[in-house]
Ligand binder design. Structure first.
Ligand SMILES: Cc1cc2nc3c(=O)[nH]c(=O)nc-3n(C[C@H](O)[C@H](O)[C@H](O)COP(=O)(O)OP(=O)(O)OC[C@H]3O[C@@H](n4cnc5c(N)ncnc54)[C@H](O)[C@@H]3O)c2cc1C
Length: 150
């Protein structure tokens, strides 16, 4: 796992207290930042001369040219408020390559059904999973949902 300085390509206000940050990935780092849906990025910041690290799930689909995270402000939280209040597009963040074992391996040929349950900012890894499943057409597309068959 390695940290790299990544430019913030775009910041999207999702709600009054949450923002999505999309990163620019240089060509030579594309492979290093390729993720499996469900994985996260770790951001390294400095607080009063001390290094702090915070983890944020990747919310974008696999192979998105601008992978991103969505951060929800936590009351009195340092990193979430710094990210949401202080940063502008073009700023640079120290970002670790993707990591994490809570992943969904999509196998389009298996044509599985998927059910997702999420709450609050826990939606972020699920967004990546849903976007990737839809993109790869990995769901059981021929049969309607069970509740429609009754
Ligand atoms: C795998 C993983 C994925 C995650 N994905 C996301 C995501 O996609 N989006 C997202 O928004 N978050 C995500 N998180 C949470 C995120 O990593 C941070 O924990 C969150 O942003 C809060 O960090 P912070 O620095 O803002 O808050 P902190 O500064 O860490 O504070 C957190 C809380 O602790 C309190 N606190 C801090 N210091 C003290 C103290 N000394 N004494 C008493 N109380 C104290 C603060 O008041 C605050 O309420 C994820 C976490 C994990 C582990």
């Amino acid at each position: 796992m390695q940290f790299h300085n990544l430019h913030i390509h775009k910041i999207i206000s999702e709600t009054p207290d949450s923002k999505t940050f999309l990163f620019e990935i240089p060509e030579d780092l594309r492979e290093a930042y390729r993720h499996i849906p469900g994985q996260h990025l770790t951001i390294r910041l400095e607080k009063n001369g001390t290094e702090i690290r915070r983890t944020y799930s990747i919310c974008t689909e696999v192979d998105d040219p601008f992978p991103g995270i969505t951060v929800k402000k936590v009351k009195n939280g340092y990193a979430s408020n710094f990210l949401c209040n202080e940063l502008i597009e073009g700023d640079i963040l120290d970002v670790m390559t993707p990591d994490g074992l809570f992943v969904l391996e999509t196998k389009p040929e298996a044509k599985r059904d998927f059910y997702f349950i999420a709450a609050g900012s826990g939606i972020t890894p699920i967004m990546s999973m849903i976007r990737t499943v839809l993109k790869k057409r990995a769901w059981q597309s021929l049969s309607p949902p069970v509740w429609l068959q009754r």
